[in-house]
Design a protein. Sequence first.
Length: 87
Amino acid sequence: MQKELDRSELLEIIRECLGEADYEEIGENDFATEFTELGYDSLLVLEIATRIQDRYRIRIPDEAVEEMTSPEQMLTSVNARLAGVAA
């Protein structure tokens, strides 16, 4: 199992969650943009977090998900949790 979530993996998970829904596509340049500015609602962000939890076998509390307001913050938070699990 991977010990770190990288940008390309997060993009893949986000794209999986977008599916056929009518959301704006995300790219590398959008990582600092808040999810709300991208048009992503809290349910989509929760679905992304759930997929990360399942794939990496970590727990992300709802409070932590609420603090993940951008892809960059999500990446940082998840990698901090993964580092804690690996330690």
